[in-house]
Write a protein that binds this ligand. Structure first.
Ligand SMILES: [Zn+2]
Length: 225
């Protein structure tokens, strides 16, 4: 159990995984010691940021939204360029889906660490996972371990990056959310790559989410029927 003066900053995207991580952090550090940060990075679906605000409110923690406008200018991925359709299949060249935003998690966690540093917060929590996902290389355990090492050196800090979902399948993530009492908050989350609400049910993100809930035998609270 954490001591009272340990505080945590959760990177909250408005999705299922980061919301589950928020509840993980609240259980571990206490709601009074937890705050959240979201990034406005030019994502094509503004609804994600609205969801993050609502989820933080629902969980009674603060939420800061920071603008990072550069990813959209870099171009080339379907999440920040509305001219690029979300593809169901991965690229033959890179083996990655075109929803991969190069460097996104590295930048998010670096800014989160800087924000935390300025406030004396040592614990960062992120919902990245290397299991059962699209294979984004910045979600892997090795990447996060090396980034933590780099941030500690570069900021002379004792920052710890927590990744509670790293080795969980989508099914296990749903089970963890239930165990943490996060299920009702999951009704406020956004997952769909096509930005639809109710979700389209067909994009890779919707399919993965549905599979996790089905395997866990839990009804997704986001779905009305
Ligand atoms: Zn969808």
């Amino acid at each position: 159990m954490a001591t009272n003066d340990e505080r945590a900053l959760v990177v909250l995207s408005g999705g299922q995984d980061s919301t589950t991580c928020l509840y993980w952090a609240i259980e571990r550090f206490g709601a009074v010691n937890v705050s959240t940060i979201s990034f406005d990075y030019g994502q094509r679906h503004r609804i994600e940021l609205e969801c993050a605000t609502r989820i933080a409110e629902y969980a009674s923690v603060s939420n800061a939204s920071l603008p990072i406008n550069t990813f959209a200018a870099l171009g080339g991925d379907a999440l920040t360029d509305s001219n690029i359709e979300v593809e169901k299949n991965t690229s033959a060249d890179s083996g990655l889906p075109n929803t991969f935003v190069p460097g996104r998690n590295l930048v998010f966690l670096t800014f989160a660490a800087a924000y935390a540093y300025a406030r004396g917060i040592d614990h960062l929590v992120t919902g990245v996972a290397q299991t059962d996902y699209s294979g984004y290389p910045d979600c892997r355990e090795d990447t996060i371990r090396l980034l933590q090492q780099t941030l500690r050196a570069g900021m002379e800090s004792a920052v710890v990056i927590h990744t509670p979902l790293m080795h969980l399948s989508k099914k296990e993530t749903v089970e963890l959310a239930v165990q943490l009492g996060a299920l009702r908050a999951l009704a406020l989350t956004h997952t769909c790559y096509n930005g639809e609400r109710p979700p389209c049910g067909e994009c890779p993100a919707c399919v993965l989410r549905a599979k996790g809930f089905a395997e866990a035998g839990i009804k997704d609270p986001l779905l009305k029927t």
